[in-house]
Design a protein around this ligand. Structure first.
Ligand SMILES: NC(=O)c1ccc[n+]([C@@H]2O[C@H](COP(=O)([O-])OP(=O)(O)OC[C@H]3O[C@@H](n4cnc5c(N)ncnc54)[C@H](O)[C@@H]3O)[C@@H](O)[C@H]2O)c1
Length: 371
């Protein structure tokens, strides 16, 4: 094995918890296949091991595939409905709820998440642990790991991909723009590439965002509106996703529905979002800053409850057409609440339910982040 390959193998092996003894298993597999170079182990958090043999330029079992937990990915992918859904970003807020709902109705479900520390990873781990208890297996992997994606699609006969993995948040782009390009642009292309090389090609439902409406002022927002004036890098990547979806649909016949989610809230929510951070402030007895729009106007948002998002997302998975040149569709839908409310109404509701107290603190500056 060339030195660089050996180094990569050592690096991959080093990521595995020693108690699983995977190093020995990998070594044994190498000995059995002298012509093959065992390059990488897709693993993490003790969830599973796949070996990639360079000889075949693809992930193969290589004799070391092992399920490291009591729940196996194979069990998790068992389907009573004929659908096997790969959920990317499964340890995230929306991914967690969707994976759970899919499992509950009998779909086979496999999750992937890279546990990026944009907000406390402990929350993502807790969601993943809850999913495990409910029979959903979550691989710790990055959607940029192409061979791993290829392997998962083939091994578990994935029929649908629910592509939710992304670097979320609007303001964080000022700190780490590269993370948006890596996950939302390169990662999304990777998923499309894996899908187009799969046989049969899975159908895809992916997360876009209301942020694509950017500087548009006409309301209510319609899917027919032009969305070419994004106001953040995040929004630009989501718009890019819609254009890439169109391209892969047009060239390869991958069937895709993009869902423009509008500010989602609910249990297990994201700590960087307003409902969560306002609740924390009110609970700690601090006043909440309510940002104002131009001329002191009240900001309005389409806050959407997670159960409605799950219902809409599952409906999209149920109706997305088969991925063939003849049948494929490429559609985007707004998935939000039709009754926008002011941010101070949200604060009112939170304050009433938490403390019964109302504190005023408006701030004529930039608005809170939206997704
Ligand atoms: N929550 C909202 O209000 C909202 C609104 C509009 C759009 N969206 C979109 O919906 C999707 C889900 O959002 P969410 O609120 O659940 O966010 P989230 O951050 O809770 O979930 C995203 C998950 O993806 C994972 N991830 C990121 N990059 C990855 C990569 N390269 N490989 C593997 N996993 C990766 C993260 O670790 C995270 O767990 C995202 O695409 C987001 O942009 C969300």
């Amino acid at each position: 094995m060339p030195g660089s390959l050996a180094a990569r193998l050592r690096q991959a092996l080093g990521r595995l918890p020693a108690r699983h003894g995977a190093t020995g298993a990998a070594g044994a597999a190498l000995a059995k296949r002298p012509g093959a170079a065992l390059l990488a182990l897709a693993a993490g958090g003790g969830v599973g091991v796949a070996a990639w043999c360079e000889e075949k330029k693809q992930v193969v079992r290589c004799g070391v595939w092992r399920e490291l937990e009591d729940l196996t990915a194979a069990e998790s992918s068992k389907s009573a409905t004929g659908r096997v859904v790969l959920v990317t970003g499964a340890a995230g807020f929306i991914g967690y709820h969707c994976a759970l709902a899919l499992k509950k109705r009998g779909d086979g479900v496999i999750g992937i998440d890279n546990y990026v520390p944009y907000y406390p990873v402990s929350l993502k781990r807790s969601r993943a642990e809850d999913l495990r208890k409910e029979g959903v297996y979550v691989f710790e992997a990055d959607i940029n790991e192409r061979n791993f994606l290829n392997h998962i699609l083939k091994e578990y006969k994935v029929t649908h991909i629910l592509a939710l993995a992304a670097q979320a948040g609007v303001r964080y782009a000022a700190k780490d723009p590269a993370s948006y390009v890596a996950s939302n642009v390169a990662g999304f292309v990777n998923i499309l590439e894996a899908a187009r090389h799969a046989s049969p090609m899975p159908r895809i439902v992916y997360a876009s965002s209301s942020s694509v409406y950017g500087l548009n002022t006409k309301t209510p927002f319609s899917e027919d509106d032009m969305v070419d004036r994004p106001a953040s890098l995040y929004a630009a990547t989501k718009k890019a996703n819609e254009m890439m979806a169109h391209t892969y649909n047009h060239i390869f016949g991958i069937s895709m529905i993009g869902l423009r989610y509008f500010t989602v809230y609910g249990p297990w929510g994201r700590p960087d979002m307003a409902a969560f951070s306002f609740t924390q402030k009110i609970d700690q007895g601090e006043a909440v800053k309510i940002f104002q729009g131009p001329g002191g106007t009240e900001l309005m948002r389409d806050f959407t409850y997670i159960d409605d998002i799950v219902a809409g997302t599952l409906a999209a998975l149920d109706t997305v057409a088969p991925s063939t040149k003849e049948t494929a569709q490429c559609t985007t839908y707004n998935l939000g609440n039709k009754d926008p409310v002011t941010v101070s109404y949200l604060v009112d509701c939170l304050e009433k339910s938490i403390s019964g107290r109302r504190s005023e603190n408006t701030c004529p500056c930039r608005p809170p982040a939206t997704c």
